[in-house]
Design a protein around this ligand. Sequence first.
Ligand code: PLP
Length: 310
Amino acid sequence: MNVDRRVWLNGDWVAWQDATLHVLSHAAQRGSLVFDYMSVYQNPQGAAIFRLPEHLERFYRSCELIDLHLDYDPAELTAAVIETVRLNPGVRAIKLNAFIASIEIDVVPVDDEVHVAIAAYDPKADVLDRKSKTTPARAATCKLWIEKEIHNRREDIVSPQAKVSANYVSTMGAKARARSAGYDEILLVDEFGQVAETPTANLFMVDGEGVLITPPVNRVLLGVTRSTILELAAASAVEVREAPIFPDELLRASEVFLTGTTAGVWPVVSIDGGTVGAGEVGPVATLLQERFETVIGGRDPAFAHWLQSV
Ligand SMILES: Cc1ncc(COP(=O)(O)O)c(C=O)c1O
């Protein structure tokens, strides 16, 4: 796939098709690839990266959790991300990667140099639209399936806080099966039976008293959109609580929605085939979706600091 984009690789620029990895590399064979993914909004004022410092902080934390030692400091990576967006006009997303590229025979690499690659691209135009097969466009509302066999990432295996490629593979088959059964997304429950997150989004519910609840951050990935929604809810006088949620509470919720860099604020209208609340997008989701859109569109001066102009 030849895409006219330049990728930042260990301080140099390489063509998109040259940003490759050997099949026997440690990253491919043992899953030692940490990443973070953030949005670039093409606003009337120009391109803006959403919450770059928070994404970088999570990237460093993920690396630390799996013992990848980065040679670059946050200021160097901040400058590299901004430059990558500048050099690739019209992009909508950035993927920041750290990985062990060397060919190894053991789980502990002999050559433990951590490579860093930054790719900025348009997920639709540069990736999806170039496939020979099409996937259905994401609906405005989500039909959710509570996954019954696969559990969420476990603290004692690979922390749910680490955005590491190996942490995602268990959900590949489970999500594909749910899709074939007509659902849009799967919700993972943890080993204690508590609701956690979807493969790439956090979950919120509104209870009978109108309180917005999301699972505690030690059980799920610290989603940047999750933090954003918690702040926007507080600024909108919506009462918020971080607390464990069990599936039966979720099934009684008046509203449920997902949050993520790709999902944005995605209202859930049914779970396991049963309707959530009135089966329509509820008032809290509508309010927060609108506030989020205003912020990312650069129209809310109170949160302008979340947008890094390029
Ligand atoms: C496991 C998991 N949970 C939640 C999220 C949402 O995080 P963010 O809002 O930072 O995109 C992601 C993002 O991909 C994720 O991988």
